[in-house]
Ligand binder design. Sequence first.
Ligand code: HEM
Length: 462
Amino acid sequence: AGIVPIPEPPALPFLGNITDIDQEFPLGSFIRMADTYGEIYKLHLGSRSIVVISSQALLNEVCNEKRFSKKVSAALSEIRNGVHDGLFTATGPEEPNWGKAHRVLVPAFGPMPIHDMFDEMHDIASQLALKWARHGPSHQIQVTDDFTRLTLDTLALCAMDFRFNSFYSEELHPFIEAMGDFLVESGQRSRRTLPAFWYRKKDQKFQADIDILRKTSDDVLKERKANPSDRKDLLGAMLKGKDPKTGEGLSDSSITDNLITFLIAGHETTSGLLSFVFYQLLKHPETYQQAQKEIDEVIGTGPIKIEHMSKLPYINAVLRETLRLCATIPIIALQANEDTVIGGKYAIKGGEPILCLLAKVHLDPAVYGEDANEFVPERMLDENFDRLNKEFPNSWKPFGNGARGCIGRPFAWQEALLVMALLMQNFNFTMDDPSYHLSYKQTLTIKPKGFHMRASLRRDMI
Ligand code: HEM
């Protein structure tokens, strides 16, 4: 009783709605359909169905971890070919390696260990600043490429004491190249339509890339085991850590799975965030000035220290507001643990994928009001942010949900704060093309496409 059908866009025989989804930018199609069909709709992809939700009210309901859980399908399940039941791609608690790695690693991402990574984060951020300083004010900065060098180098150094040295060569380290190709192919594999033999060459390359990823990590692991050190990085935590529940440590292959996982999960997400932040600041000059003012007042022209990181409320709000409008993971997938009803009237099958369209939930006018589409960092200042989360739970979810939410959040946040502080302290930025309009490149994450800027030093580098 009271059940109403979930709206469905018209579907073709056999193909269903496959042709409604843009291959290059699926997110755009999902958003357009949400504009047409509302807070919930159902699509048919061949013989599968998926439900797409885009209001805070529905997201809040499915964030209940007693009734719903993470769904690993499509590209995520292809990534399992490389990193198996690593933290991001594990299906759930029924895979014991997830629980073990989760319990061993949560303390390793706690406040003290993340503070201890500050100097190494600063090391890599300074390399970026030096590059931009040397290139001079007329150089066209490839924003996302340079932020990706930054985030990968930072992760590799903080996770396992490994230097890609991406700022010192035009060609990317073989590991990075293999990872890029592996991620793109994982996405394409999830959309294959031809018989298997057609893809033999691609499958060989896919396996070769996986081999490079695993061999690089295995070598680092072996080297550390042969030369034990007191370094407090994530590798050290995984080698020494014992799961409090089972008393067991992580196996070598689980450590490798998770080392690669951190690099995959942490680099595009954070570099996308930094790229979007600079886009938003350059589009909103008043916000830009206020952000720079905060940095000048709190840090001045001296060296940036860890203590400064907790004294930048406005920069914090700018980062939060950027992730609201430009969530770099714009969709998370959940499933009902058994057949159920959501919103009091929509029937959902157990195991059926529920795509939570964060990019649209984050614009819900019931939560954010009439200016929901505008960039207004003030609404994300601590006091307002706390009120928002109380009044509308689960309305801001760029880091995912519950136990399957982002373990790297404090890492990403410290890195983003530091990089913004260092760059804005030392440079004035301008849009390379003042008429630039935001467009997106979508892989596992989204990034601004074709966004370039210029940087001129405010004074001699610190
Ligand atoms: C999970 C976002 C940075 C490691 C997630 C999820 C989201 C997310 C949405 C949940 C995915 C899902 O439900 O399928 C972000 C954003 C970041 C960021 C927006 C930066 C701004 C990082 C960093 C690391 C990291 C720097 C590693 C150091 C992970 C891992 C998981 C995860 C391991 C899986 C956790 C689990 O299921 O146990 N992240 N992330 N992330 N993230 Fe992040």
